[in-house]
Design a protein around this ligand. Structure first.
Ligand code: ANZ
Ligand code: ZN
Length: 844
């Protein structure tokens, strides 16, 4: 009989579903040891359908969870939909349909595709971020952020109701109290310079505008001032950084997160501004800079403010700047550039602010003040002290504008031209200068992070409505919890408005509401959440997906969390992975995630390499080299597809699609298939040839280890070698149990064919619930061997030694043999050679 995947794959998929063999069972948290929670990034159900990249990640974790299950673990391997987002909205606009309907259709298609691949997902726990029953909790969590503050003393979030309001503030009245509270909230509204994509008409977080281009459309991003909801992720910068030490992530993932958080230790220094107040305590009159090189203070020859710096506005208004027109033009030009362009531009630009000067805190010298776009407004204090001799950017700038350059660190690495710092090494100079600044009250130690607060507003339709109402009397008022979910209304048109407002803003009936607090006229917030919101906590919902009283039952969280293994794309390292760690820590702080779950959501994180098109080009519609999983399943079946995706190359590396490679896998599974039909009367008592038995045990060990190490391609090779061996020996000469072990090892990779053959040889239960084979270490390699000892080319003795004997020990043992001693007659050998695992040859 021929191997026909069509005949068996659908059959087993239906049977597995009917028997519910992949359903995870909630258990008592005390039994936590026996659980395994494997997670893949839930897909965005796009109109294009599944990409061949998706199954690479899903198959890998499918294999690992199947092995865990066979090793007796209670496995949770869930699936769901990260379904809000712009592509669906744009698709809906173009085809004049509702995003809701487009999403439904896309999910149905993805479901069909994923089911055809035989993944062991627990479909009973499916979640969908666009389902109001789900986003009710996303909105509830937003309100938790809104109603919390970060307690610097205990380094954790707490309910705003516990915040002590200073008497001074209370005395100023209600307005001051409200302002004080608003300043502390973890979700807050602020006018921020945001990355604005003029083509998508949407504000983007820094993470979504990397390289100065819009992550969604690839177009150029501009700067724009807009009032936005923000989430104070920066409060967690230190914990997000430090706790990386406690998790098992790929090293490159840790590095990327560390760089993104960008901790930088230095000092802030105040430079008084001449002509303004010279009072040292009047902070308003000081330009504060952030520097990592206080030791170079004597090398400062000018200051640079970012063009957006608030002082520039003030001086323009006060009329102190003599060249106002030039300054204004320059600011306008800077606004159009992205931060990346500003940093990377080698051609420095800038304008001196004529009419204001700063005073050097140590020498009292007058320093010119410039604005230049290489100084960013969002980092540090938005102002720098320029040390052209030792900072490359300042050097380029000083050369261009003919500003003085003073060397203060010699090539020997000690300070020069630096008064009381002369002769000190950089470290010592930093210490001394920091102490001096402190004593003079002109500066202090300071730590900066590159991480920015999370821009949480999107001016689009297809996202979770932000559950806030604005009332002229009461300010921002949360939608009462019992009114959640605040559902998206039906809209006629989904296009963003020309002004950049969300389409929701155009629905007066939805916008106008009564204020939940005072009952007066109020308006709903029309911005929606970014699609990173729903994905920040979905792994918690999987633990208890149908709960309508809580986002998840604490006992269920205690049992399942943390996720034991999370796999996903490298492109999500600084976005989703960081956001979700933060979101989790916040819920943890408030006690919504129980202590027993641990401070980190994911114990381990891995990442797959991209699958490229044939020849190694990135797959893309425009190149016409996209491989459609449906076609592969139709032509080859899902088992071959799965095995091929694992065999394509090392899991963490990119790999090009190769039709010849998939043919090779087809031959392999054909061989497995052929091994069985002639074995109707397999004899359990058959004695296995010794070398075949050794290979079997070696393969059990290797496949097991390889799966744990995610070295799937080498595991597949080992299975191929074992199959060839069994074929050569002939199935009749191999005991039934050995053949069963081959099937068990194959089952996680090719679940359908393994199940079919398993039943053909008489088993009744699913192979996926059978026990993972064990190897016998004694049978893997003989632990001893016979060491031959030659003297002048003639064999004089043979001794039995351990197989892991070292060269040194082998030579010593050879020389101390009684027989050999007779030939050596006390003479020192001229030469001794050791041939590993075989002989020692002595020359005298
Ligand atoms: C003087 C100096 C001398 C500096 C020197 C460096 C070398 P990281 O490590 O990235 O934190 N800087 C500070 N704020 C800035 C801003 N808003 N835009 C652009 N540059 C800014 O870098 C800190 C250094 O970057 C600071 O230390 C400052 O230049 C500059 F030999 O001060 B330094
Ligand atoms: Zn009100």
């Amino acid at each position: 009989m021929e191997y026909k995947h069509h005949d068996i794959e659908k059959k087993w998929q239906d049977r597995w579903e009917k028997d519910g063999i992949y359903h995870a069972k909630d258990q008592d948290p005390a039994k936590k040891k026996d659980k395994f929670y494997g997670l893949i990034e839930f897909p965005y159900p796009s109109g294009e359908g599944l990409h061949v990249g998706h199954p690479r990640s899903y198959t890998a974790i499918d294999i690992m969870t199947r092995k865990q299950r066979m090793q007796g673990k209670n496995v949770l391997y869930p699936i769901g939909w990260d379904a809000f987002g712009l592509p669906t909205e744009n698709f809906a606009i173009k085809h004049k349909i509702k995003p809701q309907d487009a999403t439904k259709k896309n999910i149905a298609n993805f479901t069909r595709q994923l089911k055809s691949l035989g993944f062991g997902f627990d479909w009973s726990r499916e979640v969908d971020t666009t389902d109001p029953k789900y986003y009710k909790w996303t909105q509830w969590m937003f309100l938790q952020f809104y109603n919390s503050f970060f307690d610097e003393k205990t380094n954790r979030a707490r309910p705003l109701s516990e915040l002590v309001i200073p008497i001074k503030i209370k005395e100023q009245g209600d307005k001051a109290v409200v302002a004080y509270l608003d300043e502390k909230r973890l979700a807050y509204k602020a006018s921020a310079t945001i990355n604005w994509c003029p083509s998508c008409k949407i504000g983007l977080a820094n993470e979504e505008a990397q390289g100065g281009v819009c992550e969604r459309c690839g177009g150029k991003v501009e700067k724009r001032e807009k009032s936005q909801w923000m989430i104070r992720i920066t409060a967690y910068a230190e914990r997000l950084l430090k706790d990386l030490d406690s998790v098992d992530y790929l090293e490159k993932i840790k590095t990327q997160q560390k760089n993104w958080i960008g901790k930088s230790e230095g000092a802030s220094i105040d430079f008084a501004v001449e002509g303004q107040s010279a009072d040292k305590n009047d902070i308003e009159a000081n330009i504060t800079v952030f520097t990592t090189r206080v030791d170079t203070l004597f090398g400062v020859t000018y200051l640079v403010l970012s063009p957006e710096h608030a002082f520039v506005d003030r001086w323009l208004i006060d009329g102190v700047v003599k060249n106002a027109k030039k300054v204004q033009d320059y600011r306008e030009a800077a606004r159009k550039k992205s931060d990346i362009e500003r940093q990377e531009d080698k051609k420095k630009t800038g304008v001196e602010l004529k009419g204001v000067r700063a005073l050097h805190p140590a020498t009292g010298e007058h320093l010119p003040i410039w604005i230049a776009d290489y100084v960013l407004s969002g980092y540090g204090t938005g102002a720098i002290m320029a040390v052209p001799a030792h900072d490359e950017r300042d050097m380029e700038f000083a050369k261009k504008f003919k500003l003085p350059i003073i060397e203060v660190v010699s090539s020997e690495g000690v300070n020069v031209n630096s008064d009381f710092l002369n002769g000190l090494t950089t470290d010592k100079a930093k210490q001394k200068m920091t102490a001096w600044l402190k004593k003079e009250k002109r500066g202090s130690k300071s730590t900066n992070y590159k991480l920015r607060d999370w821009v949480f507003s999107r001016q689009r339709y297809w996202g979770e409505p932000i559950p806030i109402v604005h009332c002229d009397n009461c300010g921002y008022v949360p939608v009462p919890e019992k009114e959640l979910p605040l559902e998206l209304p039906d809209v006629k048109a989904y296009e963003p408005t020309e002004t950049g407002e969300s389409p929701l803003a155009a629905i007066k009936k939805w916008v106008d509401v009564k204020c939940p607090k005072c009952g007066g006229a109020a308006q709903r917030e029309t911005d929606t959440m970014p699609n990173w919101a729903g994905s920040s906590w979905y792994f918690l919902r999987y633990c208890d997906p149908k709960n309508d009283k809580k986002f998840a039952d604490p006992d269920k969280l205690k049992y399942w969390m943390p996720v034991d293994l999370y796999n996903g794309g490298m492109e999500h390292t600084t976005l989703h992975l960081l956001y979700s760690r933060f979101w989790y820590k916040f819920l943890f702080d408030l006690g919504h995630v129980p202590k027993e779950c641990g401070a980190e959501p994911y114990r381990a994180r891995r990442s797959q390499g991209l699958i490229l098109g044939e020849g190694g080009m990135k797959m893309s519609k425009s190149k016409g080299n996209v491989i459609n999983p449906d076609d592969v399943v139709k032509d080859y079946g899902s088992d071959i597809f799965r095995v091929y995706e694992m065999f394509i190359g090392p899991f963490e590396q990119e790999a090009p699609w190769d039709t010849k490679g998939i043919e090779g896998v087809r031959r392999f599974l054909d061989k497995v298939w052929k091994l069985f039909p002639e074995t109707q009367n397999l004899k359990p008592e058959t004695r296995i040839p010794e070398d075949t038995e050794t290979l079997l045990h070696q393969t059990i060990k290797k496949v097991g280890d390889d799966i744990e190490n995610m070295s799937f391609n080498t595991a597949v090779s080992a299975l191929m070698i074992l199959t060839n061996k069994f074929t050569d020996v002939g199935a009749q000469k191999v005991p039934k149990q050995a053949l069963e072990n081959l099937l068990k090892l194959l089952a996680p990779f090719a679940p359908h064919i393994a199940e079919e053959l398993w039943h053909q040889i008489g088993n009744k239960e699913s192979i996926h619930l059978s026990e993972w084979p064990k190897f016998d270490p004694k049978k893997i390699s003989s632990p001893e061997f016979e060491l031959v000892i030659q003297v002048n080319g003639k064999v004089r003795d043979k001794i039995v030694v351990r197989s892991d004997i070292s060269e040194k020990e082998a030579k010593e043992r050879a020389q101390s043999s009684e027989k050999v001693k007779g030939y050596l007659a006390g003479k020192k050998p001229k030469k001794i050679i050791y041939v590993h695992g075989r002989l020692v040859s002595i020359q005298i």
